[in-house]
Design a protein around this ligand. Structure first.
Ligand SMILES: [Fe+2]
Length: 307
């Protein structure tokens, strides 16, 4: 059985021009490139070998007449994982001057664009199927209102991001997974985060017998980080969103010359007992303007145990 669509191949005037457009505007990477002849490309969030390929047929070639005088393909559609990414994409496509339309189709929110040869493509976000309702069987075309949609679907943004977070909870499976009688399980819940005495710093602490997790949500640009060390605790910091620009000293070094390090999402640092670290600049992510850090302490810190 067919499991889905794998890739599209387009005849274009200049494969190199198309390759650069897909890299610069849409963030694709080049898998195979024979400059002037063909290019195979992969979408940034794809595990496919290639999602699209371009074969050059020369500058003399006329524009596609598909849908006007000939049959042919109308457009291909690229999907983004979140509504926030569609909002970001709208700005990017507008800045590149290629955005030609936008529609709310009920079950998906769509942006329409033209590539360097005037071939149409769509960038869309699919509404979660359980919210399609009657729209599933209707060909809806309404003006797209991304501001209203962002408000309407705000609840989806309170779950962990789908990309980069293994086992992220979605509204559906989160409900299924919640077992409030099991005190060993902790779920991502917005209202479990507490404000701290430092403006812009929220945290949630889970304390075990010999381990402790402090989940920081720190507003981009928040200040109040200072150089410090824990003589009795080892600290493992994992960046989940945004970036951490900080200093970490080597061994028992105490000078002020340690150079700054920048850690991005999915990177980690280890501060052994007694190692100076901090003086941090927190860079927020695109979606929340927050830096999320999972700090694991062993043994647990008494000053964090209260939450
Ligand atoms: Fe620390």
């Amino acid at each position: 059985m067919i499991s889905g669509m794998n890739h599209a191949v387009l005849y274009v005037r200049d494969s190199e021009r198309h390759r650069r457009f897909y890299e610069d505007v849409l963030g694709f990477s080049t898998v195979i490139n024979a400059a002037g002849q063909y290019a195979f490309m992969r979408a940034p969030g794809s595990e496919n070998h290639h999602d699209i390929a371009f074969f050059a047929v020369g500058e003399h070639s006329g524009a596609s007449q598909a849908g006007r005088q000939t049959v042919g393909m109308y457009h291909i559609a690229w999907e983004v994982a979140t509504l926030a990414e569609l909002v970001e994409m709208e700005q990017r496509l507008r800045a590149a001057g290629v955005l030609v339309g936008a529609s709310d189709h009920g079950v998906n929110k769509s942006l329409y664009c033209k590539d360097p040869d005037g071939l149409e493509f769509e960038v869309m976000w699919l509404v979660p199927p359980e919210q399609w309702g009657d729209d599933e069987h209707q060909a809806i075309i309404r003006p797209l209102d991304l501001t209203a949609d962002t408000e309407r679907f705000a609840h989806l943004a309170t779950t962990l991001p789908s990309a980069g977070a293994a086992g992220a909870a979605t509204p559906e499976n989160k409900q299924d997974n919640v077992n409030l009688s099991n005190h060993y399980c902790h779920f991502f819940e917005e209202d479990e985060f507490s404000e701290t005495d430092r403006p812009g710093f929220r945290r949630r602490v889970i304390t075990g017998e010999s381990l402790q997790l402090c989940f920081w949500r720190i507003k981009g640009g928040a200040t109040g980080s200072y150089l410090h060390k824990h003589d009795d605790n080892e600290q493992l910091g994992i960046i989940v969103r945004g970036s951490l620009d900080f200093r970490i000293f080597d061994g028992d070094e105490t000078g002020s010359s340690s150079k700054r390090e920048v850690l991005n999402a999915n990177q980690a640092y280890l501060a052994a007992p007694g190692v100076w670290h901090g003086d941090s600049i927190f860079v927020g992510d695109d979606e929340y303007d927050e830096c999320w850090i999972l700090d694991v302490f062993s043994p647990p810190r008494d000053d964090l145990a209260a939450g």
